[in-house]
Design a protein around this ligand. Structure first.
Ligand code: G4P
Length: 528
């Protein structure tokens, strides 16, 4: 009984946005409501500050902060909330995609003036495809921005969502008077005081009441009545089922900086957001309330102290109860492992705990056993899927710049790849190593970390690769496949799992190759 209650009271989610829309500010205000922190400014933004002297030194600085903000847990109204941090910078988009495999729902933050931006589009597309329930928060209503209807249209079109507003702004920018909370049928008046936790709220069950005119003025009241009538005509009624199934996205308006509209968002969130969900594995669907523990690694964070090379693996508990000191099967290695000091995350602290429930994130100290995507069970041979590698955007040869340190170099590369910093490909022809990354910044990060954590030096050399495709022949014994391997031997490599990869040098040559070998499948992700 207690087990089921614990599952039902958990909400594990991520906040996604384009940098600067207000993700950090919103996170902080949510933590303030949960009483998890006492003052504003306590949550450090892990974004890369514009104009920093060197982007990658800035990343190193941020890496320290992002351990602390990777998982922020707190309680609100007897609900255990876990916020999983998602980097907004596009070069780290893969980290965010991987974290999205561990959330049960998402809040999307949009800047009222800038509307839907590039990173938001990409991240929402991933959530939409995976049917992750989403709530949209339109932020910075204290500033001049787009008209609410225009913005709702833009969200529908650019993000291909079906929205329904659950609150509606009264004025904007200089004239911002507050919001009408459709979900709770009341008006919240905007005072512009960020220190106020709870704004002044007036119940308005009947919109025609003259009280509304007294509160916000006759013009604004008339306007609001018209707008709300219009929303009722245009947008569907909110349905929790539709939202949970990823078919309808409720929208809230507010100003995170002014702590306005945040309580409304949180109150609605704890009521409608799903508790931990059933997850697909390679052999079956796994339900959270099953007796036996299962979980998977979605993030690995290297220790910041170079003298201790241990790492923290972040495991999402999918089913059963995780217990300290109990042996669990590391499915990929076929080994049993015990953890004597598993960490739970609260606000900005971590703490050793004895048991964890589905929806929780456990931090496990690791000396190199884990890589992203690994599954832990009580003995069952199952693997969680959904953490594929995508074709990188950038490719370079990596060379050893200090022949005395080749062991350190290979160890370092191996571990950085397990952490998911980049992908390694080994050319079939001559064994040369190629590093593929999402952003150019990662090359500097890798070079810096190899030197500072592993004492190894590397240099890079350009290589002309357009895309990496994972190869799957219909018949591995066919003449066609043998011909392909012979003719294209120069372009073939293996990834870290030993899967065969075709490194196409242009989109044209990729097309030609696909046409020439119709019985070979060219996949753009590693999981097929
Ligand atoms: P991010 O994590 O999504 O990148 O955004 P973050 O919360 O850091 O917010 C980006 C900027 O927007 C910050 O200003 C923040 O203060 C501001 N902001 C957030 N919410 C609101 C809001 O409701 N209204 C207004 N007017 N501004 C808001 P900054 O100047 O870049 O940083 P800071 O010096 O204030 O920390």
């Amino acid at each position: 009984m207690k087990f089921k209650q614990e599952i039902n009271r958990r909400r594990t989610f991520g906040i996604v946005s384009h940098p600067d829309a207000g993700k950090t500010t919103l996170t902080e205000k949510l933590l303030l409501f949960g009483g998890a922190i006492n003052e504003a400014g306590a949550v450090k933004s892990n974004k890369i500050k514009k104009g920093a002297t060197s982007d990658f030194m800035e990343i190193e600085r941020q890496r320290g902060i992002s351990v602390a903000t990777s998982v922020l847990g707190f309680e609100y109204k007897n609900i255990k909330i876990n916020i999983l941090d998602t980097p907004g910078h596009k070069d780290f988009a893969e980290d965010t995609f991987r974290t999205l495999t561990a959330v049960d729902s998402v809040i999307v933050v949009i800047d009222v003036a800038k509307g839907v931006e590039e990173q938001t589009e990409k991240l929402v597309e991933v959530c939409r495809m995976r049917k992750i329930p989403m709530i949209v928060f339109v932020n910075k209503l204290d500033r001049e921005g787009k008209d609410a209807f225009e913005l709702l249209d833009e969200i529908e079109q650019k993000l291909r969502l079906k929205v329904t507003p659950l609150s509606f702004p009264i004025g904007m920018g200089y004239d911002f008077k507050g919001i009408y909370n459709i979900w709770e049928s009341n008006v919240n008046l905007f005072t512009g005081d960020p220190k106020k936790d709870i704004e002044e709220t007036v119940e308005i069950s009947d919109l025609s009441t003259p009280e509304l005119d007294d509160l916000i003025g006759t013009d604004a009241a008339e306007n609001l009545r018209e707008e709300l009538e219009l929303t009722q005509g245009v947008y569907p009624d909110f349905s929790k089922d539709e939202y949970v199934n990823g078919n309808l996205q409720p929208v809230f308006f507010g100003s995170a900086l002014n702590n306005f509209g945040v309580r409304e968002l949180l109150d609605c969130f704890v009521e409608i957001a799903p508790s931990p969900r059933t997850k697909e594995s390679d052999i079956r669907l796994v339900k959270p309330d099953e007796d036996k523990f299962t979980g998977f690694v979605f993030k690995i964070h290297a220790n910041m102290d170079p003298k201790h090379r241990d790492r923290l693996a972040f495991v999402k508990v999918v089913s059963g109860k995780f217990e300290r000191n109990k042996p669990y099967l590391h499915v990929r290695h076929g080994k049993n492992l015990k953890f004597s000091s598993p960490n739970a995350f609260f606000a900005e602290k971590k703490q050793v705990v004895d048991e964890m429930y589905p929806g929780d994130i456990v931090g496990l100290h690791d000396t190199g056993n884990f890589k992203i995507g690994d599954t832990l069970t009580e003995g069952e041979q199952l693997n969680y899927r959904g953490i594929p590698n995508f074709s990188p955007e950038h490719f370079r040869y990596i060379n050893n710049a200090d022949p005395m340190k080749s062991k350190q170099l290979y160890k370092g590369i191996e571990q950085l790849m397990d952490e998911g910093v980049a992908q390694l490909f080994t050319l079939e022809l001559n064994g040369r190593k190629i590093i593929g990354t999402v952003g150019a910044l990662q090359y500097e990060v890798i070079q810096y970390r190899l030197e500072h954590e592993y004492g190894a030096k590397c240099s890079y050399e350009n290589i002309n690769v357009h895309k990496a495709c994972w190869i799957e022949p219909k018949d591995p014994k066919s003449q066609e496949f043998a011909d392909f391997k012979r003719v294209k031997s120069k372009y073939l490599a293996t990834d870290k799992q030993g899967q065969l990869v075709f490194l196409a040098d242009s989109s044209f040559s990729l097309q030609m190759t696909q046409q020439k070998y119709p019985n070979i499948h060219f996949h753009f992700t590693s999981e097929f």
